[in-house]
Design a protein around this ligand. Structure first.
Ligand SMILES: Nc1nc2c(c(=O)[nH]1)N[C@H]1C(S)=C(S)[C@@H](COP(=O)(O)OP(=O)(O)OC[C@H]3O[C@@H](n4cnc5c(=O)[nH]c(N)nc54)[C@H](O)[C@@H]3O)O[C@H]1N2
Ligand SMILES: Nc1nc2c(c(=O)[nH]1)N[C@H]1C(S)=C(S)[C@@H](COP(=O)(O)OP(=O)(O)OC[C@H]3O[C@@H](n4cnc5c(=O)[nH]c(N)nc54)[C@H](O)[C@@H]3O)O[C@H]1N2
Ligand code: SF4
Ligand SMILES: [Mo]
Length: 732
């Protein structure tokens, strides 16, 4: 769908960055008369994008036109074993086939697996290669529902925090990003703003020019932490103790907002009783702060107005991440910070977008599948288990996995317990299809590799988890080679499978209208029927690119103050300090601190005494971009380094630059030491990268576990214990 008629030598197309980032930038793509994209820039008219892109997407044409992009469908050559392939030589393990051959063969194999083992033996594996509504989950979901494949529980990122937030507030809404400008105190809690949410930064800068203070709570000294007025280098996984300690001080000193609490919250008495246990002294012992710091932070937070809390997902990648997010999320309800424009909190804004998921994903198609019902759920954090020992646990139901269909994800790099994952991927009897743009840690194990598109090459519609704009991403250029979008792929595959339902022939424009609940029979100019989008038409989006949700249309005249008028979408209709739902699930109805199994207080710390943060790179997107030389250069300071406190390094005879082995029971990894006095003692950190770019072919996820969080069954990347030994020279 071309955006504008190619009359001028150049045309500018409104797209949306579809990478998994809260900012969801409006990206203007300049396309020349040969149809080649020659420039990408942030749209100056989008109030959050404000005309700039992050460092990684500013260089996006390096990705679109990368010489190593996969351009054609490929099939594994007969007899070539499944193993990690040397970079640059991947092509040799595969042979080019036509789309038709590939689709026919894949459909036949899926049918065969379904007949022999049952349709649940097929497992889709996808996450957030694109977060566009269509690309993230539309035709693919229809396809797998109709097929009766196992359903994937997409928990790897935000389920613990998301569910925890919803237990307190009922809906993922928060302070608008633009309103952070008005704050007098900004608390960035487990939030790497420069790295992961850079469009919040100009708002913070403006607030600071007007006298605001920035406090960062993060065990790691991020660029944001280094620029803060106060960096609190808390020990990983102890944030709930700190949040309860703050409550303790706030209540002791009468700094809470009684009127707000009485009107809008549930369970205050029980919470107050719980908070009484968390004296600054006890909290200090767990968190590594001093008691005075706990008191100072509490007073500053409770007495500064407006106080804005940017809680990102860092704290919930820990074993008790659910309780942690609940505890932190309660703070603005205790102090009434929500009442002031520029105050409150934001974890995610995604709850504001009421897409018509039923129409887009068609879960009802499961009835027509061989199972005649919804299939089993497989937790994506347990991929290693699912591929190697399905059936070994009492809770496992259904057959072993015999076919794996990967798209929008690179589990060979990003999934925990990498050695188990790879062991599974290497199974010769496992049929694996990967829809990708590059030869990744996962494509090395594929039977078929299919070429995928970038957001410049397909049409999509997108909300955001960091702002309140609906945006249309128009196709700017033709896909290179034979790259095809997710929607196209699953539509074609459905035809090959003989699925006759008309929804498998829907075009992207039709699915966009379905997502927006625009009556398919209505002509041009018909409005969305989704709450908050009633003023939006498809044509207006084509013209304007981005349109704010109804409540955010005129922020000057009508600022959006979330959680200032009830009832809320919780069982009690109030903000829940105390959760009956958790109590009836046998969980603690109140937030509390419990040390992680893999923490300095755990039994395993005798053997593996160091707490390991396997962090994201500021200039990659999880594993995306790590193959591009320009992006790698921006990460050169910490490439394949283990950051370690001087005391911990000294105890192991390590000097800066020494080669070392990082290990635990699950795996090991060679890195070199980077002495970092800003880390808390006992905490080490290394970055997520492609495994195949490490000398020994493993990345940080060789160390992480499949243990799940307390709430939401999410991933616990940041609750990992390790030990380090010096090695003489790296072996490859
Ligand atoms: N540049 C860049 N941007 C990204 C991504 C990327 O990989 N690179 N990833 C995207 C994705 S998938 C997501 S989900 C979002 C998430 O964005 P964030 O939630 O910000 O994700 P993280 O970087 O995992 O964690 C944020 C910070 O939490 C810190 N942290 C770790 N453990 C703890 C803890 O126990 N307590 C506290 N207080 N802090 C802790 C980490 O050191 C990190 O600096 O960002 C997105 N944006
Ligand atoms: N140790 C450690 N591990 C982590 C994390 C961490 O902080 N530390 N973070 C975790 C988090 S929060 C997340 S969200 C996950 C992220 O896990 P993933 O969602 O798997 O993220 P990426 O590594 O970005 O891989 C996405 C892949 O999708 C491909 N892709 C992009 N667009 C498309 C498309 O349109 N179609 C298809 N078919 N493919 C496309 C990209 O090329 C890329 O290889 O990683 C998790 N893993
Ligand atoms: S990754 Fe985030 S900051 Fe960068 S362009 Fe995309 S949405 Fe914007
Ligand atoms: Mo994520």
């Amino acid at each position: 769908m071309p955006a504008a008629a190619p009359t001028a030598p150049f045309r500018i197309v409104h797209t949306v960055c579809s990478h998994d980032c809260p900012d969801s930038c409006a990206v203007l793509v300049t396309v020349n008369e040969e149809g080649r994209a020659v420039k990408v820039e942030g749209d100056p008219s989008q109030p959050v994008t404000q005309g700039f892109l992050c460092g990684k997407v500013a260089k996006y044409l390096d990705r679109v036109y990368a010489p190593d992009r996969i351009l054609y469908p490929l099939r594994r050559k007969p007899g070539v074993p499944k193993t990690t392939l040397p970079r640059g030589l991947e092509q040799e393990a595969f042979e080019r086939v036509s789309w038709d051959e590939a689709l026919t063969a894949i459909a036949a194999r899926l049918q065969q697996v379904s007949l022999e083992h049952g349709s649940e033996a097929i497992l889709p594996y996808s996450y957030a290669g694109t977060i566009g509504v269509l690309g993230f989950g539309s035709m693919d979901r229809r396809f797998f529902h109709r097929l009766g494949a196992s359903r994937l529980d997409r928990t790897i990122c935000s389920e613990a925090g998301g569910q925890a937030w919803n237990l307190v507030y009922g809906k993922k809404l928060g302070t608008p990003t633009e309103d952070f400008r008005l704050a007098k105190l900004i608390l960035a809690w487990g939030a790497n703003i420069h790295g992961n949410n850079v469009h919040l930064w100009p708002m913070i800068e403006q607030a600071r020019r007007d006298g605001a203070r920035l406090i960062v709570i993060d065990p790691y000294r991020t660029r944001t932490a280094a620029l803060a007025d106060w960096h609190i280098a808390i020990r990983p996984g102890t944030d709930s103790a700190l949040a309860l300690g703050l409550m303790h001080v706030i209540l002791n000193e009468g700094l809470e907002d009684r009127a707000y609490i009485d009107e809008f919250t549930h369970g205050f008495t029980q919470l107050a009783e719980r908070a009484r246990e968390y004296t600054p002294e006890r909290v200090a012992a767990w968190t590594g702060l001093t008691p005075t710091e706990v008191e100072q932070l509490a007073r500053e937070y409770a007495t500064t107005r407006p106080a804005a809390l940017r809680l990102n997902y860092g704290t919930q990648r820990t074993e008790h991440g659910g309780a942690t997010v609940r505890a932190i999320a309660m703070l603005p309800a205790l102090t009434g910070a929500w009442k002031y424009r520029g105050g409150g909190a934001v974890l995610s804004t995604s709850g504001a977008f009421a897409w018509n998921k039923q129409a887009v994903e068609r879960p009802d198609l499961a009835q027509a599948s061989p199972l005649g019902r919804q299939s089993r759920l497989v937790n994506m954090c347990e991929l290693g288990h699912a591929l190697t020992e399905m059936g070994a646990r009492p809770e496992d139901t259904g057959p072993a996995v015999h076919a794996l269909f990967v798209y929008n994800s690179n589990p060979g790099a990003v999934a925990p317990n990498q050695n188990a994952v790879r062991h599974g991927l290497a199974r010769p009897d496992l049929f694996t299809v990967v829809h990708e743009l590059f030869f990744t840690d996962t494509t090395d194990y594929a039977d078929y590799i299919l070429p995928a598109t970038t957001f410049l090459e397909h049409t999509d519609i997108q909300g955001a988890y960091g702002h309140y704009f609906v945006q249309l991403s128009q196709q700017a250029i033709e896909p290179p080679g034979e790259a095809r979008s997710n929607v196209w792929l699953f539509s074609q595959l459905a035809q090959r499978m003989g699925f006759l339902e008309p929804c498998f022939r829907d075009t992207p424009d039709q699915i966009i209208r379905q997502a927006m609940a625009i009556d398919p029979g209505a002509g041009p100019g018909a409005h969305s029927a989704n709450p908050g989008m009633e003023h939006i038409t498809f044509e207006a989006l084509q013209e304007q690119g981005h349109i704010p949700l109804a409540f955010h249309r005129d922020p000057q005249a009508q600022p959006f103050l979330p959680f200032t008028s009830g009832p809320f979408a919780t069982p009690s209709g109030k903000i829940e300090f105390y959760s009956e739902a958790l109590a009836s699930a046998g969980l603690d109805p109140l937030p509390g601190f419990v040390p992680a199994t893999e923490s300095r207080w755990g039994e395993a710390a005798n053997r593996y005494p160091l707490e390991f943060l396997s962090r994201k790179a500021d200039n990659y997107m999880n594993s995306t971009f790590a193959n591009l030389p320009g992006h790698r250069k921006m990460e050169s300071r910490t490439n394949q380094r283990l950051e370690i406190h001087p005391d911990d390094a000294h105890a192991r005879g390590l000097a800066d630059g020494d080669p070392l082995r990082l290990f635990n029971d699950r795996g090991s990894l060679q890195l070199t030491a980077l002495i970092n006095p800003a880390l808390p003692a006992g905490v080490v950190a290394a970055r997520l990268d492609w495994a195949k770019l490490h000398p020994d072919g493993s990345n940080v996820n060789a160390l992480t576990s499949e243990r799940l969080t307390d709430i939401g069954r999410g991933a616990t990347f940041y609750s990992t214990l390790v030990e380090v030994t010096k090695i003489e020279a790296p072996t490859t």
